[in-house]
Design a protein. Structure first.
Length: 279
């Protein structure tokens, strides 16, 4: 997510009246009808990895993602975005992420404001499937229930720079007693012209009331630097993504192991390539 931004697309309809040979001058084409107050867009992405706040959600494997968005000229918007995930990366019993969001955004010259809420839903998940929960004695405070997360956010922007604060109002992705977790996101997207763009990002996850078996608190910084190229409406991107999240040893917060016993440092630096189409 959020990895999860609205792309507004203005729709206009126009037509030209035919000119007849007997007319002294061709008839002038009427002006295009003004765009309506409602805008609907869709998007689809294929990428080499799904990184959310710097952490792999697909165990380092490719992902296919897509969403739909509605916006009104008043600034209100609603949307849905979806992606495959791997159950070994914190979603036991699940394989799909479904995000639902809504809010209000407006710009005044070079400045912008965005207020909204976002709900992350993972159908079929159950935190009671965690193998550490079944260990005796367990090193986790375990409970059963679906993995999900609800956040409120506020973002401000100036030209190509934005700063966003997201605040969890539920347990953070099913981790007990972690409501109140914050995420801070400073991003920049600059248009170089001729279809080229560069982007950068620094984020910080302030995870609340958590300790891993190895004693780390789950707080970390992530960063990204990338480049994009628009080729006839298809946006090809390449980004280097990295974090200082602890995931080197089993028992660290961001060290994952799948059912085959393969381990992954989910926050290790990597190059992610992607292609996106908006329609």
């Amino acid at each position: 997510m959020m990895k999860k931004s609205l792309i507004a697309l203005a729709l206009a309809a126009g037509f030209a009246l035919p000119a007849f040979a007997e007319e002294a001058a061709p008839a002038a084409a009427p002006e295009a009808a003004p765009a309506g107050p409602h805008t609907f867009t869709g998007n689809i992405t294929i990428a080499s990895d799904y990184r959310f706040r710097g952490i792999s959600q697909t165990f380092g494997k490719p992902t296919i993602q897509g969403g739909v968005d509605y916006s009104h000229e008043s600034g209100f918007y609603l949307g849905n975005w979806n992606s495959n995930v791997n159950e070994a990366t914190g979603y036991p019993g699940g394989s799909i992420e479904m995000d639902f969001y809504g809010g209000w955004k407006k710009t005044w010259g070079d400045f912008g404001l965005d207020l909204g809420g976002l709900y992350y839903y993972y159908p079929g998940t159950n935190t009671g499937f965690y193998s550490p929960c079944n260990a005796k004695p367990s090193v986790f405070t375990c409970h059963t229930g679906r993995v999900d997360n609800g956040e409120l956010y506020v973002a401000g922007s100036w030209k190509f720079i934005s700063l966003k604060w997201s605040h969890a109002v539920t347990d953070y992705f099913g981790i007990p007693k972690t409501d109140g977790t914050n995420y801070f996101d400073l991003s920049a997207n600059y248009d170089l012209g001729d279809g080229w763009g560069i982007n950068g990002h620094v984020g910080y996850t302030d995870l609340r009331n958590f300790r891993s078996p190895n004693g780390d608190d789950g707080k970390y910084t992530d960063w990204k630097i990338g480049v994009t190229k628009d080729i006839s409406g298809w946006v090809v991107g390449a980004s280097y993504i990295d974090t200082d999240a602890k995931g080197k040893n089993l028992g660290d917060t961001y060290r994952y192991m799948n059912t085959n016993g393969k381990e992954l440092n989910a926050g290790k630096g990597t190059l992610v390539v992607s292609v996106t189409k908006t329609f």
